[in-house]
Design a protein around this ligand. Structure first.
Ligand SMILES: Cc1cc2nc3c(=O)[nH]c(=O)nc-3n(C[C@H](O)[C@H](O)[C@H](O)COP(=O)(O)OP(=O)(O)OC[C@H]3O[C@@H](n4cnc5c(N)ncnc54)[C@H](O)[C@@H]3O)c2cc1C
Length: 583
């Protein structure tokens, strides 16, 4: 491989050009004298945030006569999380929501409007008025292109503030020694040249890792790079057992049909035409939280009420009328016409649960600082935000609209904190051979003689889908852990066809598979370890939540010989004592 290495020195480096990374970069670059770079393996506006459809949650109270309150939003978020979210962090999320949404409006984001010109809001799962009384309209939206608009708006602000962009550079190693972050190493995809970025502060904002599963709403690029790189450096991951399976992906394809469809009045029906959510969640019905709706769909299918005996149900929006669908859900209508030849104004949409969102990830405090341990100690200069981070505001199950909100609130907080930290710090000396481990890892892939990456990936996705999905139990989890261990061994000899330097996407994809295998290993081992059911983690052999033993966050570190070491941190309870979750 190329022996050329280029060195860069920046005050702050953001890894990831999605919503979280760009939110942080905007607030970093606003601080005088802070030279800020964004490294992104994708051109930033192609990041996955751009696919977010339904909305961003904030208690503006524009569309309900009763108004809204951040405290009701907080209650819903804590309840949705099955009481595992840290309530001090959730309070920050819901209080600051209102400000970040108005800030986006002032930056120029074209929100949909009410007739009197205010930001329009719609219903979303698990969001209610007055501590769960009835569904609320809390999702601020721009048709069904909310994420796209957020990404474009933030990108324009970054350009305006002279943020430096390193597009199509992929970070392949983290430089950290004795809990002090020194920078990152990236490969420039177009040339194969390695770049060392020395920085006073580094933020990871690399998104999710839904590609561990066969059916997912996630793009091929969502491969958990940051959690893997950090875990390999002996630092912890938090709550990896909690992975959200969204109820409504297009059957077999996994492409997401936003909860906004149900927010606008769409309903789920089984093969008998019954609106089955009335049975599982009498108050919130189709707008119960996602873990509840996904389990209900699985049970309907298991009891023989899937459409035509198959593993899907119908999402019926035909009664909403063409005008509403074209105005408020134009992209959904377009996806259905393009991918399955269905017009949702005429026919119901075939849907099945699809792997969607990582609640766990890199543990941080509310300023985005990475935790080195369950005791709350910090890694100096290292930060995370967005889907790859775990603050934790989503606990065991995230509410719709709270991810875009999370990345805005905590991206901004991380950016502000990093700027202050960088202004008061010197550059830490780089390790003696900063590119050594990265070169070794990439060369091993280039010279591998074993299985092709695609073979290992298929086996991983099959094991995760069968054993670590909506329902879990010990024998299946043990099998999944053993399988992932075997695949991690086989990955050491992974083979690629293209060994060239320039635009070697074969190499990049194999590197990403290694990251996915780390995330899958962490997820399966943590799921096996947690012997209770909570939110998205449902154990058939340990049904019911066990607050006595498990009202705590999982921390796990990777040790010598692929051993996983667990420790725990109690969930922070401030306002709402845990109680039974009923929708
Ligand atoms: C179809 C869909 C619809 C959704 N709708 C909603 C919604 O309506 N409301 C809501 O709140 N949430 C929604 N979500 C969830 C939400 O969109 C995501 O959780 C969120 O956008 C993630 O943002 P992020 O900035 O953390 O990551 P992303 O936007 O995924 O960005 C990740 C960035 O990291 C970069 N990157 C990754 N690895 C590397 C590396 N090794 N080196 C360099 N760069 C790297 C990528 O290039 C990219 O720029 C939806 C998700 C999906 C899939």
């Amino acid at each position: 491989m190329s022996t050329r290495v280029e060195l860069h020195r920046l005050d702050a480096v953001v890894v990831g050009g999605g919503g979280a990374g760009l939110a942080a970069a905007v607030y970093l670059a606003r601080q005088p004298g802070i030279r800020t770079g964004v490294i992104s393996k994708l051109y930033p506006t192609r990041s996955h945030t751009g696919t977010a459809q339904g909305g961003v949650g904030a208690a503006l109270g524009n569309c309900d006569p009763e108004g809204d309150s951040w405290e009701w939003h907080m209650f819903d978020t804590v309840k949705g999380s099955d009481y595992l979210a840290d309530q001090d962090a959730v309070e920050i999320l819901c209080r600051e929501a209102i400000e970040v949404v108005y800030e986006l409006e002032h930056m120029g984001l074209p929100f949909s409007r009410t007739v009197d010109g205010r930001i329009a809001q719609r219903r979303f799962g698990g969001h209610a008025l007055n501590f769960g009384e009835k569904p609320s309209r809390r999702a601020c939206y721009a048709a069904d292109r909310t994420g796209h608009m957020i990404l474009q708006t933030l990108y324009q602000q970054c350009i305006r503030q002279n943020v430096e962009f390193y597009d199509e550079y992929q970070v392949v190693d983290l430089l950290v020694e004795e809990n002090c972050c020194k920078g990152v190493v990236a490969i420039e995809i177009a040339t194969g040249v390695l770049h060392v970025f020395q920085a006073k502060a580094v933020l990871f904002a690399t998104g999710g890792w839904g590609r561990m599963f066969e059916i997912t709403s996630n793009a091929v690029t969502l491969t958990g790079d940051a959690p893997a790189l950090v875990w390999r450096r002996g630092l912890p991951l938090e709550d990896m057992e909690f992975f959200q399976i969204h109820p409504t992906g297009i059957y077999k394809l996994g492409i997401l049909i936003t909860e906004g469809v149900r927010g606008e009045g769409g309903v789920l029906r089984n093969s008998e035409g019954e609106r089955f959510m009335e049975v599982y969640a009498p108050t919130m019905k189709d707008l119960a939280s996602r873990d509840v709706v996904s389990r209900a769909i699985y049970l309907e299918v298991k009891q023989g009420r899937g459409i035509g005996g198959k593993a899907y149900v119908n999402l019926d929006a035909t009664h909403l009328g063409r005008e509403l669908i074209e105005e408020k859900l134009p992209d959904v209508a377009d996806f259905c016409r393009t991918y399955i030849g269905i017009d949702p104004a005429i026919d119901p949409m075939p849907v099945q649960p699809t792997a969607h969102y990582a609640m766990g990830g890199l543990p941080t405090d509310p300023d985005g600082r990475l935790l080195a341990d369950a005791d709350g100690s910090i890694v100096d200069g290292l930060y995370a935000a967005g889907e790859c981070a775990c603050v934790s505001v989503h606990g065991a199950n995230r509410l719709g609209t709270n991810s875009l909100l999370d990345l805005l609130v905590f991206g901004r907080r991380a950016g502000l904190h990093m700027g202050v930290f960088a202004a008061g710090s010197d550059y830490a000396a780089l390790p003696d051979d900063p590119t050594g481990p990265a070169i070794e890892a990439l060369e091993r892939i280039r010279n591998g003689k074993g299985d092709r990456a695609v073979v290992i990936r298929d086996e991983m996705q099959a094991a995760m889908t069968e054993h670590v999905s909506v329902f879990r139990e010990e024998p299946g989890l043990a099998e999944a852990v053993a399988k992932i261990e075997e695949l991690r061994q086989r990955f050491r000899g992974v083979k690629i066809d293209d060994t060239s330097e320039k635009f070697n996407l074969d190499l990049v994809e194999a590197f990403e598979l290694g990251c996915l295998l780390d995330c899958a290993y962490a997820t399966a081992t943590a799921a096996r370890n947690r012997t209770e059911s909570r939110g998205a983690h449902y154990r058939e052999d340990f049904q019911g939540r066990n607050d006595q033993e498990w009202l705590k966050h999982t921390f796990q570190k990777l040790r010598e010989g692929d051993k996983v070491e667990f420790s725990y941190r109690q969930a922070t309870i401030t306002r709402f004592e845990p109680k039974e979750r009923v929708y």
